[in-house]
Design a protein around this ligand. Structure first.
Ligand SMILES: *Cc1c(COP(=O)(O)O)cnc(C)c1O
Length: 400
C-alpha cells in the first residue's frame, strides 16, 4: 500500500464507499452499510435520489458556471422560494457552512456600520458551539482544540456558557453586534437550547438594538421535522446560516437575512466566485421540491417518534452501554455510558454508520426518506452493537 498524499487532518475509517442508494452505502468489495450519518446531515434525501440526479444531469448539459457577474435564474428561483418559506427577505448563496456563517458575521457588522455604529463588532456565541473551521468561525466556536496552533484568535468573538443569562448580560455592551446560536447544538452533542432561553435572546437583542443569528447549518432543511428548527420555538432570527442538507450532497449553503439586517450589503461589500452556481442551484431547487411537498415534514416527525420509541426500548435493555435518546425529528443523539467511539466501532461492525459528537453522544442522522422498515433494521443493528459491547465487557471481566 502506498502512503496517502492527503493532509493528515482526518483519522479516516478504512471504508471506501463507491455507490449509494437511498439509506444504503456500498464499499468497493460489496459490503452494505445502513447510513445513519448522511455524510454529517448532508444527504437529506439519501443517496442517488432520482429527482436530484435528474436535476443535476439536466443542468450539467446546459450550463455549469458563469460567475455572479451575471443574473442566474436558478438563484432567483431558489432565493424567492427560501424567502417565501422563512423569516427572510434576502439570500446570499455560498459553497459551505463556514462561508454562510462568515456572511452572517460580515452582514451583522456591516448593519451596525451603516447605522452609525462601526464600533459594534463583537459576536457573542455559546460554549459547546460549532460554527466552522475558518479563522473567523473557529474564533466564533471558541473551542480550544480547534484554535490551538493557528495564531491569535480572531478578535470580536466572545463566548458565554449556554443557558447563562447573567453571564450573557455581563458581556453585552456598546461594542456588541450580535448573538449567535445553534437552536440545537450538533457537534456539541445534540443539545437542544430551551425555547425560553431563545425567547430571552430575542428580547435582549430587540432591547439592545443588536442582531440575532441562528446557525441552522445542521438543524435546517427538514432535519428536525420543520423546515428550520427555530420554527418549533416561535423565535425568528435576523440572520441565519444554512448549508449541509440544503444541497442534498452538492456543496452549497446560504445566509438568510431580513431586509433591515442586510441593508448594508450593497455592491462590492461581499462576494464569491462559486457561490450560487447553476449546478448547485439546480440541486438546491430539487431538494426543496421534495422537502416542501405537502406531508413530507409531518412524515419526518412521525418517523422520529417511531425511531425514538424503538430506541428507548433498546436503551432500557442495555443500561450499561446506552443512557438516553435525545433530539428532534431525525436529528437524534444517543448518549452512551461506554465511550461513544467503542459503540461506534460495534455499530460499524454491524453495518450501521453514525457520527460521534461531544458529550459522549452518537449522532443518528439518517436520510429523511428512511422507511419504517429501515428504521426497524437500524434499531436491530444498534441493539446488536450494544450486545457486542456488553460481550466485550463480560470477556474483559472474565479475563481480569
Ligand atoms: C457543519 C457545520 C458548520 C460548518 O459547515 P462547513 O460546510 O463544514 O463549513 C457550521 N455550523 C454548524 C452548526 C455545522 O453543523
Amino acid at each position: 500500500m502506498t502512503a496517502s498524499a492527503l493532509f493528515g487532518t482526518y483519522a479516516r475509517a478504512d471504508l471506501d464507499f463507491v455507490r449509494g442508494e437511498g439509506v444504503w452505502l456500498e464499499t468497493s468489495d460489496g459490503r452494505r452499510y445502513l447510513d445513519c450519518g448522511s455524510g454529517i446531515a448532508v444527504n437529506a434525501l439519501g443517496h442517488s435520489h432520482p429527482h436530484l440526479v435528474n436535476a443535476l444531469k439536466a443542468q450539467a448539459e446546459k450550463l455549469w458556471h458563469v460567475s455572479n457577474l451575471y443574473k442566474m435564474e436558478g438563484q432567483e428561483t431558489l432565493g424567492r422560494r427560501l424567502v417565501e418559506a422563512t423569516f427572510a427577505d434576502r439570500v446570499f448563496f455560498t459553497n459551505s457552512g463556514a462561508e454562510a456563517m462568515e456572511a452572517c458575521f460580515k452582514t451583522a457588522r456591516r448593519y451596525h456600520y451603516v447605522n452609525g455604529h462601526p464600533e459594534r463588532i463583537d459576536i457573542i456565541t455559546f460554549e459547546g458551539a460549532f460554527h466552522g473551521r475558518t479563522i473567523a468561525t473557529i474564533a466564533a466556536g471558541g473551542q480550544a482544540k480547534y484554535l490551538e496552533g493557528f495564531g491569535p484568535k480572531a478578535p470580536g468573538f466572545l463566548q458565554v456558557p449556554a443557558g447563562d443569562l447573567d453571564a450573557l448580560k455581563a458581556v453585552i455592551g456598546p461594542t456588541t453586534a450580535a448573538l449567535c446560536i445553534e437552536p440545537v447544538q450538533g457537534e456539541g452533542g445534540i443539545r437542544e437550547i430551551p425555547v425560553e432561553f431563545l425567547r430571552k435572546l430575542r428580547e435582549i437583542c430587540d432591547q439592545e438594538g443588536i442582531l440575532l443569528i441562528f446557525d441552522e447549518i445542521q438543524t435546517g432543511v427538514g432535519r428536525t421535522g420543520k423546515l428550520f428548527a427555530h420554527e418549533w420555538t416561535g423565535v425568528s432570527p435576523d440572520l441565519m446560516g444554512v448549508a449541509k442538507g440544503i444541497g442534498g450532497g452538492f456543496p452549497m449553503g446560504c445566509c438568510l437575512a431580513t431586509a433591515a439586517a442586510s441593508a448594508g450589503m450593497v455592491p462590492g461589500t461581499h462576494g464569491t466566485t462559486f457561490g450560487g452556481n447553476p449546478l448547485a442551484m439546480a440541486v438546491g431547487n430539487a431538494v426543496l421540491d421534495v422537502i416542501l411537498e405537502p406531508g413530507f415534514l409531518e412524515e419526518v416527525q412521525r418517523k422520529s417518534l417511531l425511531f425514538k420509541q424503538q430506541l428507548a426500548a433498546v436503551i432500557d435493555a442495555h443500561p450499561g452501554v446506552l443512557q438516553e435518546i435525545r433530539g428532534r425529528g431525525l436529528m437524534l443523539g444517543l448518549k452512551c455510558v461506554r465511550p461513544n467511539t467503542d459503540v461506534l466501532v460495534k455499530l460499524r461492525a454491524n453495518g450501521l454508520l453514525a457520527v460521534p459528537a461531544g458529550d459522549n453522544v452518537l449522532r443518528i442522522l439518517p436520510p429523511l426518506t428512511i422507511s419504517d422498515e429501515e428504521i426497524g433494521e437500524a434499531v436491530a443493528r444498534i441493539e446488536a452493537a450494544a450486545k457486542a459491547v456488553e460481550a466485550d465487557l463480560a470477556a474483559a471481566a472474565a479475563g481480569a
